[in-house]
Design a protein around this ligand. Structure first.
Ligand SMILES: NC(=O)c1ccc[n+]([C@@H]2O[C@H](COP(=O)([O-])OP(=O)(O)OC[C@H]3O[C@@H](n4cnc5c(N)ncnc54)[C@H](OP(=O)(O)O)[C@@H]3O)[C@@H](O)[C@H]2O)c1
Length: 261
């Protein structure tokens, strides 16, 4: 299948490791020129150096911090000044774990800013160019907690519900201009973040990390954690020309973990 991505451009935020990195690599392999952003661009340079030579030149690393408005404004300005991008991938680090009743109003505001409103800001700056060109893709990484709240991830469950509402609303506003807006819903994909969460759960419950993982796997019909590359495959397809009629959706990449229909 020709995905029709050759020659397209993308901005992937949170691209130094994990899901963001896998998406950036997957898009690049399909001929997309990717601006990969994170707080530690040296980490991006490190994985870029491992790519096949013909792909390396299609990746550029840039420092950007979602916690810092000026940094994200500067990123958006520079992208707009160079003609915009065809694909925006909104991705970030996850929030600290904890029960939903345990956070202060400051925690909520801080995390909402980093995890949600900076995505909204980037999209508001980059979508007008997509609409003018009559082609665009907005992909936002969410969480299974949107459909099935995850115990101990109160901030994530709460804030990601808001992102889901934003994504669906935006999809309706821009669909007629050839811009699709979708969410990618990871179940348990094996990244640094997952290792950190399993480690925290092990400490909390006084059990080993292996025990935490084996309990998690009992809830995943596929019987294993997903690989970042499997997650990225779904992202690349949604970003492609072939997915032009898929918008306003939340695509689960979860090995069947989410219980709802
Ligand atoms: N993995 C899963 O199974 C899973 C499940 C549900 C939800 N999620 C969510 O999916 C997202 C990605 O997950 P992951 O597993 O890939 O996480 P990860 O391994 O922790 O990677 C997070 C990425 O975001 C970047 N980042 C963090 N804070 C940032 C900031 N302030 N500004 C810019 N970039 C920032 C990190 O790079 P720097 O440190 O260099 O900035 C890194 O590249 C997270 O929000 C996570 O909660 C993941």
């Amino acid at each position: 299948m020709d995905l029709g991505l050759n020659g397209k451009t993308a901005l992937v935020v949170g691209a130094s490791r994990g899901l963001g990195r896998a998406i950036a690599v997957g898009l690049c392999a399909e001929g997309v020129s990717v601006l990969a952003a994170a707080r530690n661009p040296a980490d991006i340079e490190a994985w870029r150096a491992e790519l096949p030579e013909d792909q390396r030149s299609r990746i550029a690393a840039v420092r950007a911090d979602l916690a810092d408005r000026a940094s994200i404004m500067a990123l958006a300005d520079s992208v707009v000044a160079t003609g915009g991008v065809d694909i925006l991938v909104n991705n970030s680090g996850g929030p600290p774990p904890g029960p939903v009743s345990g956070f202060s109003d400051e925690d909520w505001v801080t995390q909402f800013t980093v995890m949600a409103s900076r995505f909204f800001l980037l999209a508001s700056r980059l979508v007008p160019g997509m609409r003018e060109r009559k082609w665009g893709r907005i992909l936002t990484v969410g969480s299974s907690g949107i459909m099935q709240p995850i115990a101990g991830l109160g901030l994530s469950n709460g804030i990601r519900g808001a992102i889901a509402g934003w994504s669906k609303t935006l999809s309706n506003e821009v669909a007629a201009d050839g811009v699709t807006v979708n969410m990618l819903i990871p179940g348990r994909i094996h990244t640094d973040r997952l290792d950190q969460l399993d480690g925290a759960a092990a400490r909390r419950n006084g059990i080993t990390v292996q025990e935490v993982a084996s309990r998690s796997l009992q809830n995943i019909p596929a019987g294993r954690y997903g690989r970042p590359e499997e997650f990225a495959d779904a992202a690349v397809f949604l970003a492609s020309e072939r997915a032009a009629y898929i918008t306003g959706s939340q695509i689960r990449i979860d090995g069947g973990m989410i219980r709802s229909v």
